[in-house]
Write a protein that binds this ligand. Structure first.
Ligand code: HEM
Length: 340
C-alpha cells in the first residue's frame, strides 16, 4: 500500500460495485487475483494473461491501493469503526455518478500509459465479480524546478499538503493506522471527494484576498504569520489594526489540529480537469487517510462546511469512503484475514 509515498505524477481512482452473487468466497477469489496482479504490475511485469504485455514497465513506480466500501461489510461482517458514507453537507452538490462504490482501486505511476495499462488489467480481471461505477483521472507535480521533491500545488496555485503529519513520525502513525484489534489492525481508511474549483471567480480576487482565504502565502506556502513553508501557524497574531493575521474563517485555521481537539488527517490531492467539448471543469480529487472517518474526518468536514472561506470557490460533487486492508506480504493476499 502506498499511503506514505508522495502523490503519484499520474493516477486513476476507480470505484467498482460487486455484481450480484459476489459473496465472501468470490471476493476472496478476486483478492487473490488482484494480489497476483499487484505483485506483477508493481514489479514492472505483465499480469497473467496480459493482452498488452509490452506496456508493463519496470521504471515507472507503479503503485496500487485497494479498498472496500461499506457494503462489503454486509457480506463479510467485521466493519471497521467509523466507516459509514459521509452525510451530505449543506455546500455539497453531489452527483450520484461520482459517489459511493463497493471497491476502490487507486493506481499511480510516473507515466500515464502505465496507469491506464494497470487499470485495464485489474478491471478486466475483476469483471466476473465487480464492475466500474466511476473513474477519476488525476495528476500531481511533486518535483521542484531543481528536480528535488516539493509539496506540490493544486489548481488554485496553492502549496497543498504542508500541514500534513510527516510519515515515519508517531503523529503520522496515530493519524493513519488503525489500532483496532483483528483483521483491520494496521489498515486505514480513505475518503475520496471530487471537489470542483471555480477558477473563474477565484481569478477575480487579488493575490492578498486569495492568501487570506487560506491563511498561507501563495509564493512559498508559508503561514501568513511566518516565512518558511513548515513554520508553525501563529493563530493569535494580529496586525496593526488589531485584525487576526490568519483570519477567523481561513481554511488553515479551521482545519488546524490545534483548533480541532487535536484531530488530524493525512491528505494527498490529485488535480483533475474534465473537458466536455470546448468547456473545462477543473478541480481536486481530495484524498484523505485516517484511522477512523467518523472520529477524525467528519468533524473537520462539518466545521469547514459551516465556516470555511474557501467554500465560496469550491463545490464537492463526489464522495466515497473505503477501508484499506493492511498491506500483504509475498505468500499472502490482500484482505486474507477478513475473507478467509
Ligand atoms: C478544494 C478544497 C480544498 C482546497 C483547495 C484545500 C487547500 C488547502 C491548503 C492550500 C492548505 C494549506 C497548506 C497545507 O497545510 O496543506 C490546506 C490545509 C488543510 N486542509 Fe485543505 N483544502 C481543501 C479541502 C479540504 C477538506 C475537505 C478538508 C477536510 C475535511 C481539508 C483539510 C485540511 C487540513 C487538515 C489542512 C492542514 C491544516 C494544518 O494543520 O495546518 N481541506 N488545505
Amino acid at each position: 500500500m502506498a499511503v506514505e509515498t508522495a502523490s503519484p505524477k499520474h493516477a486513476e481512482v476507480v470505484a467498482l460495485d460487486l455484481v450480484e452473487g459476489t459473496d465472501k468466497a468470490a471476493l476472496g477469489r478476486l483478492m487473490r487475483l488482484w494480489s497476483t496482479d499487484i505483485g506483477a504490475l508493481t514489479a514492472g511485469r505483465p499480469t497473467p494473461g496480459d493482452t498488452a504485455p509490452e506496456l508493463a514497465l519496470g521504471n515507472v513506480a507503479v503503485t496500487v491501493t485497494v479498498g472496500f466500501g461499506p457494503k462489503v461489510f454486509t457480506v463479510t461482517g467485521k466493519r471497521p469503526r467509523g466507516l459509514d458514507e459521509l452525510p451530505v453537507m449543506s455546500h455539497d452538490r453531489l452527483q450520484p455518478a461520482w459517489c459511493g462504490g463497493d471497491l476502490v482501486l487507486l493506481i499511480g505511476a510516473d507515466d500515464p500509459v502505465s496507469v491506464v495499462h494497470a487499470v485495464r488489467r485489474m478491471v478486466a480481471d475483476a469483471a466476473p465479480f465487480a464492475r466500474p461505477v466511476w473513474r477519476q483521472t488525476g495528476f500531481w507535480n511533486g518535483t521542484g524546478s531543481d528536480g528535488k521533491p516539493v509539496t506540490g500545488r493544486n489548481l488554485f496555485g496553492q502549496v497543498d499538503g504542508s500541514g500534513n503529519p510527516v510519515p515515519g513520525t508517531p503523529e503520522f502513525e496515530q493519524t493513519v493506522w488503525s489500532d483496532e484489534p483483528g483483521w483491520f489492525a494496521g489498515g486505514t481508511t480513505l475518503v475520496v471527494r471530487r471537489i470542483k474549483l471555480n477558477l473563474d471567480t477565484w481569478d477575480e480576487l487579488t493575490r492578498s484576498e486569495q492568501e487570506r482565504a487560506v491563511g498561507r502565502k501563495l509564493s512559498t506556502g508559508a503561514p501568513l504569520t511566518g516565512v518558511a513553508e513548515h513554520d508553525e501557524l501563529d493563530l493569535e497574531k494580529r496586525d496593526a489594526d488589531g485584525r487576526l493575521v490568519i483570519a477567523e474563517n481561513a481554511h488553515a485555521r479551521l482545519s488546524h489540529h490545534s483548533t480541532n481537539d487535536g484531530r488530524r488527517i493525512f491528505r494527498k490531492g490529485l488535480n483533475y480537469v474534465h473537458d466536455t467539448g470546448a468547456s473545462r471543469e477543473s478541480g481536486l480529487i481530495f484524498l484523505s487517510y485516517q484511522a477512523d472517518i467518523a472520529g477524525q474526518f467528519l468533524p473537520l468536514l462539518a466545521r469547514l462546511n459551516a465556516a470555511d472561506a474557501l467554500n465560496e470557490w469550491t463545490t464537492t460533487i463526489g464522495s466515497a469512503v473505503f477501508a484499506l486492508p493492511p498491506g500483504f506480504q509475498p505468500g499472502t493476499w490482500l484482505g486474507q484475514e477478513l475473507l478467509s
